[in-house]
Design a protein around this ligand. Sequence first.
Ligand code: BDP
Length: 331
Amino acid sequence: MSILLPRRRALLAGVALAAPTLIGFKASAQAINLRSADIHPDGYPTVEGVKVMAKLAKERSNGRINIQVFHSRQLGDEKDTLEQTRFGVIDLNRTNFAPLNNLVPETVIPGLPFLFRDEAHMHSVMDGAIGQEILAGADRHGLIGLCCYDSGARSMYNRVKPINSPDDIRGMKVRVQQSDLWLAMMRALGANPTPMPAGEIYSALQTGVVDGAENNYPTYQAQRHFEVAKFYSITEHSMSPEILVMSKRSYDKLPRDMQTILRDAARESVPEMRKLWVARSESAKREVVAAGTKLNEVDKAPFEKAMAPVYDQFVRDSRLKQMVQRIREAA
Ligand code: BDP
């Protein structure tokens, strides 16, 4: 975050500082420039969601808050940019929940296999008290959880054959997000998981370093994976959402009113992001099918059964157990 403090300015100009009230006044007029990271290209719903937030924050701060979205991995892949966000080098970051899994235990919950019945169930949970508890989990780790964005459901795709049952995945080299939960989920299916950043998947698929990966339609399309992995099998095994975090270091430097503006703007960007998400999911699906992707429906029950043991592995303490219980009971 770059805020040119009045003290520094005054010193640069060789002028002694004036009365504290004046400093306060001047400080409140400083521009607040925030950098936001995203791996997806311009126009992707997460990138556009943060732009909506930026617009609201700018208007409400009378032009003081300037958020610049660095899309297309300009600032790096998610694990690295999250580290930098914790240290205040990057101010805002939109990632999946997965790269936070090993750091913030609560974040494994929404990614658990076959937890949400459908999108409406996921929305009601993530918009309610449980969503807030999960976002708040990031606070202890140098991050402020601002809001959750949609990511639809993730399905398996590969370059070899359609997947119809877990047997078809046995021994297959599958790229996973850099998270122990995700490694365990693919191992539970009998796959041979390889964690790697999103930016390396395309060439890993192309060269056969991995046979497959898993993701929603918009990512499969936007990252061009459909060009090198033609079989997309609709397993919908996880609805791990996206999260928008702010660096606690950057946040703590701001006056209270600016913090509130940012929190509200992030929350209010969610409905717009969701509209864009629905449209993009449909257009991405259409585009990949037109480009030759072979879609196949699967019976999900054997996948759910095979992946069930990860609950015992990752939902250990009573608080997390209760969270899962509450989610299952939620309307
Ligand atoms: C996409 C998420 C992105 C992740 C990517 C992945 O939008 O944040 O980096 O999956 O699998 O759905 O790494």
